[in-house]
Design a protein around this ligand. Structure first.
Ligand code: C2E
Ligand code: MG
Ligand code: MG
Length: 402
């Protein structure tokens, strides 16, 4: 390799690189996991030095970050991406949303969202074609209200992706709070071919929680068919990885789009492709038979209601104190059935019965619906011990008999 890049010379070199257009935008397509169409792309920086040597971001981004110069690179990349999209749209060619990476330093940049809008408008690119990728570590940046930062970008009309999820510090709290619509699952979670059960459990849980938060999932670094197969069972929407395509220069990306772009107006991919994790499907089946499912911890006198869909009774909090739930439940029963209901589900009686070997308890009562009519309702409790503690749990399945 020609010149060695280091802390001392990178400032000067990068300034020249911008001038001489040595920084190239490579695009890596994101493919629909089911039909293999291109539905998005990520813009990735490449430095092609004057001697033709290509340097990957792993070599220069850490240095630029250290020196605070990364901000210039990100804006350069964003402008170039806007220019490309704008030219393609003007020429009437196919286009998909493209995400660009923004380092955590932008969180401290005043009027960041305004600047995004200004660049986008300058090139006349509709905002739906642009997405902002932010890493987990950026979300854990000290001294800045990152939630406000992300919200301002979202409010300006850009979708946010949480990049490299699962690679660094846990940021479940932020995922919960920031208005991001896409979560990119880091390639480090996809070691091997998903043969390890632990690895599969971790991934399944991530997809499950992302889907329950209505987020679109992108798996990064997918290299094998086996990985793809497993990701499909998790309901992963988009695949970004060498199995389908490597990051490529503009001209190749244009060709790829011509062949494989899916430019249907999919406002919300989740509407057309519902998440299909095994647990979600199983739960849906259970809810069909039992519209009311309650998980209770009798030892700790608490409950959590899993579904409460069209179940004919007056409303009830979805989580709280078990003994209060029983009092509330009894009050919705026919006066002649109230004692039967309260006695059956008396908490200490159930715990004592479990210790003696009882594993199920079933009762049929008349319950008053919102329409003022009593219906016969069957409520069954299944008892078990939490395998990780001594707590006695009850799973309640309830349904109307007619
Ligand atoms: P990233 O944003 O997570 O980008 C995905 C990286 O995974 C890219 O590496 C891509 O080439 C690589 N990748 C995709 N599929 C596969 C695969 O199947 N196998 C393997 N082994 N790798 C795959 P790349 O282009 O080297 O970029 C590395 C990181 O540098 C990016 O990770 C991003 O954090 C950063 N980066 C790149 N361009 C920019 C930029 O313009 N601004 C900022 N702030 N960061 C950038
Ligand atoms: Mg990225
Ligand atoms: Mg990533």
């Amino acid at each position: 390799m020609g010149i060695e890049i280091n802390k001392e010379n990178i400032g000067e070199l990068i300034a020249k690189a911008f001038e001489n257009r040595e920084i190239k935008v490579y695009y890596q397509p994101k493919f629909n996991a089911v039909n293999g169409k291109i539905q998005g792309a990520e813009a990735l920086a490449r430095w092609q030095m004057s001697d033709g040597v290509m340097i990957s971001p792993g070599m220069f981004i850490p240095l630029l970050e250290e020196l605070g110069l990364i901000i210039d690179l990100d804006w350069y990349m964003f402008r170039e991406t806007c220019r490309f999209i704008s030219e393609e749209l003007k020429a009437g060619r196919k286009m998909v949303p493209v995400s660009t990476n923004f380092s955590r330093f932008h969180a401290r940049e005043p009027k960041f969202a305004e600047r995004l809008c200004a660049v986008t408008d300058e090139f006349n690119v509709p905002r739906k074609y642009l997405e902002v990728e932010i890493t987990e570590s950026a979300l854990a940046f000290e001294g800045v209200d990152i939630i406000d930062f992300v919200r301002s970008i979202k409010d300006a009309g850009f979708d946010i992706s949480i990049d490299d999820f699962g690679s660094g510090l846990s940021s479940l709290n932020f995922v919960k709070d920031v208005p991001a619509s896409v979560i990119k699952i880091d390639k480090s979670l996809l070691s091997g071919n998903c043969e390890s059960e632990k690895e599969r459990i971790v991934l399944e849980a991530i997809f499950e929680f992302a889907h329950r938060l209505n987020m679109i999932t992108v798996a990064e670094g997918v290299e094998t068919k086996e990985q793809l197969g497993f990701l499909r069972t998790c309901g992963c929407e988009l695949i970004q990885g060498f199995l389908f395509a490597k990051p490529m220069p503009e001209d190749d990306f244009r060709k790829a789009l011509m062949e494989k772009a899916d430019v249907r107006e999919t406002e919300d991919i989740l509407l057309t492709q519902s998440p299909a994790t095994a647990t979600q499907l199983l739960l849906n089946a259970v809810f069909k038979a039992f519209p009311l499912v309650i998980m209770s911890n009798l030892t700790r006198n608490s409950f959590y209601m899993m579904a409460y869909d069209n179940f004919s009774t007056t409303s009830c909090p979805s989580t709280g104190v078990y003994t209060e739930l029983i009092v509330h439940g009894a009050s919705t029963m026919h006066p002649e059935d109230q004692k039967l209901f309260s006695d059956t589900f008396e908490i200490n009686d159930q715990i004592a019965a479990y210790e003696k070997g009882e594993r199920t308890r079933r009762v049929v009562t008349r319950q008053l619906g919102d329409d003022g009519i009593y219906r016969r309702v069957e409520t069954t409790n299944y008892y078990m011990k939490n395998p990780n503690s001594e707590d006695i749990l009850a799973i309640t399945l309830s349904h109307a008999l007619e």
